[in-house]
Design a protein around this ligand. Structure first.
Ligand SMILES: Cc1cc2nc3c(=O)[nH]c(=O)nc-3n(C[C@H](O)[C@H](O)[C@H](O)COP(=O)(O)O)c2cc1C
Length: 230
């Protein structure tokens, strides 16, 4: 009888121990719990950081919220200004306008250019050699309330067509962001971004978008990527 009792007792003891052993994983869970309570601790840190405004400017999205709000309405209109002789740059211009909601102004010469390619090559070369400023047809669009100007042109003889110089001479882009885009047979932007920076020292000129003539018709993705980048 005594033997049976002691066997029963030791069985109970054993069961009790296994019960404690079973709590081990739940301790691990508990261990997780404090780490959850420690996790929120960093949250007050950012709230405390606002004091050193200069150092943590970028990190604090909550604080600048109030100062970001007025920036949006201020960041007013955008405008696509472009010249296109054979239509490629125009396709890109319209794509940019479609993606940004910008208004569009097409630069047209007062005296229309020839439609003959070889003749156009000669005329463009002559204009360039003479630093011509071909007159632009009609009135230039006002720039009040415009903060971004997407400026498009084909590459002509490794440069902007001279009528772009006419536009940059006439328009004051001080304080505006100018985003140049070009289509070309392969020359790309050449030195045109630098030229625009020189001609408009008061403007912020972003990186340009360069597309080949054959890419203009399906430029949606390239335009979207560029817009995101700039
Ligand atoms: C007068 C003229 C000069 C050109 N010069 C160049 C050039 O130097 N480099 C180049 O890659 N493409 C050159 N091209 C090709 C154009 O840049 C290209 O076809 C462009 O996409 C035309 O744009 P558009 O259709 O908007 O006029 C020239 C075209 C013309 C008409």
């Amino acid at each position: 009888m005594m033997k049976k009792l002691s066997v029963l007792l030791s069985l109970c003891l054993l069961l009790g121990l296994t019960g404690c052993g079973g709590t081990a994983p739940s301790r691990a869970e508990e261990d997780g719990a404090p780490s959850l309570t420690t996790a929120p601790e960093p949250t007050p840190e950012p709230t405390a950081t606002p004091e050193p405004t200069a150092t943590a400017e970028a990190a604090q999205s909550p604080a600048p919220e109030s100062s970001e709000e007025p920036a949006e309405p201020q960041g007013g209109k955008s405008l696509v200004v472009y010249f296109s002789w054979s239509g490629n740059t125009e396709q890109v211009a319209l794509e940019i306008a479609g993606q940004t909601g910008a208004e569009v102004f097409k630069i047209e010469p007062e005296t229309p250019y020839t439609t003959d390619y070889d003749e156009m090559l000669d005329i463009a070369q002559t204009e360039q050699r003479e630093s011509a400023r071909p007159a632009i047809s009609g009135e230039l669009p006002g720039l009040d309330g415009v903060d971004t100007v997407y400026l498009g042109y084909p590459n002509w003889w490794g440069d902007m067509p001279m009528i772009l110089y006419s536009y940059l001479d006439a328009a004051d882009l001080t304080g505006k962001t100018v985003c140049p885009f070009v289509t070309s047979g392969g020359s790309g932007l050449s030195g045109t971004v630098g030229t625009i920076r020189e001609m408009e020292p008061g403007a912020t000129v972003t990186e340009g978008l360069s597309l080949g003539s054959g890419e203009a018709a399906s430029c949606g993705d390239a335009v979207a990527a560029w817009l995101t980048e700039i």
